[in-house]
Design a protein around this ligand. Structure first.
Ligand code: ATP
Length: 301
């Protein structure tokens, strides 16, 4: 019998995020293109003492709930209820994805918990059902399970694989503190109500750059309707974006609801140079390099 299952789940970047109007259920209708990148949370699951418990370690761990509010705990309880088995697991979560950074860290942990508990409990839930449970947990959770590059519609939970070529090199500028996703959407609604915000970018441009495997074309096509709202709430991110562009990034965009800024470069060597230069300029808390696309949440070999 398996005693510990370790699952790695990746962060995401939104290469394109087109945000429609606010729906009656409070969510916004989205068209987004996600890419999973090599920045990971690691979740170890072992038999518990008759309940679901979690211990959180790593970057920003203190800002992560270690009770029933943790998305990994909620995922374990949902899976147990669905499968009709006792909810009994102890998790050790090692955070590598910035907390409240717009990179879907909590969603990654929920996806990791579904994969880990399914293996630990031997429940053998079919992939399609895991994706449905993931959608109940949050809009980005199905993508965290799916990985790669995908088009998300609805709240982002309806996924279609995006075909493309190549590996892309990213430099991520991590900010001090997080940004609450609901507050960024609320700011977007306020800015739209007073007018002057124009739709930005096109999903088709991003998809054709991906089909061509053209990093420079992808760089100029990156766009995010949430960016103006994130910049309004965190004006200092403008300086971060400008610094990366001036240092030669082929693309620069706020990741999801921010405040992480993602820079695209053409080679691994350029990523090292840009990361070092940004770190030296003090325009962000810290810098990470990543590549994508990578697979979704899966058991570590
Ligand atoms: P979103 O997916 O909404 O864009 P995000 O990626 O910006 O979110 P997360 O790291 O998922 O941000 O954290 C959002 C909030 O969710 C945190 O402030 C935290 O309180 C809560 N949270 C619950 N479970 C977790 C978890 N396992 N890891 C990180 N945050 C979690």
């Amino acid at each position: 019998m398996t005693s510990t299952v370790v699952v790695r789940a990746p962060a995401k970047i939104n290469l394109f995020l087109g945000c429609g109007e606010r729906r009656e259920d409070g969510f916004h209708e989205l068209t987004t293109i996600y890419q999973a990148v090599s920045l990971y949370d690691e979740l170890a699951a072992q038999p518990g003492a008759g309940d679901v418990t979690i211990e959180v370690r790593g970057d920003g761990a203190r800002a992560v709930p270690d009770d029933d509010d943790n998305l990994a705990v909620r995922a374990a309880r949902l899976l147990a209820a669905h499968a009709g088995v006792p909810a009994d697991v102890h998790f050790v979560l090692d955070k590598g994805i910035p907390v409240a950074g717009g990179m879907a860290g909590g969603s990654a942990d929920a996806a990791a918990a579904l994969v880990a508990c399914d293996a630990l409990w031997g429940t053998g839930i079919p992939r399609g059902v895991l994706l449905e449970l993931a959608a109940e947990l949050g809009s980005d959770v199905p993508f965290s399970l799916h990985g790669g590059t995908a088009l998300g519609t609805g709240r982002g939970e309806h996924l279609t694989e995006v075909l493309g070529h190549g590996q892309y090199h990213w430099v991520l500028a991590l900010a001090d503190g997080g940004l609450s996703t609901p507050s960024v959407y609320a700011e977007l609604d306020r800015m739209r109500a007073v007018g002057g915000l124009h739709p930005w970018g096109s999903a088709e441009r991003v998809m054709s750059a991906l089909r061509a495997g053209d990093a420079a074309a992808l760089g100029t096509a990156l766009s995010n309707d949430l960016q103006p709202a994130a910049l309004r709430l965190r004006p200092e991110l403008r300086r971060t974006l400008e610094a990366g562009r001036e240092l030669g990034a082929v693309g620069a965009v706020v990741s999801g609801s921010g405040p992480t800024v993602a820079f695209l470069v053409s080679t691994g060597a350029q990523a090292i140079d840009l990361a070092a230069a940004l770190a030296g300029m003090g325009v962000c808390r810290t810098v990470r390099r990543a590549h994508g696309p990578v697979p979704g949440a899966r058991i570590r070999d």
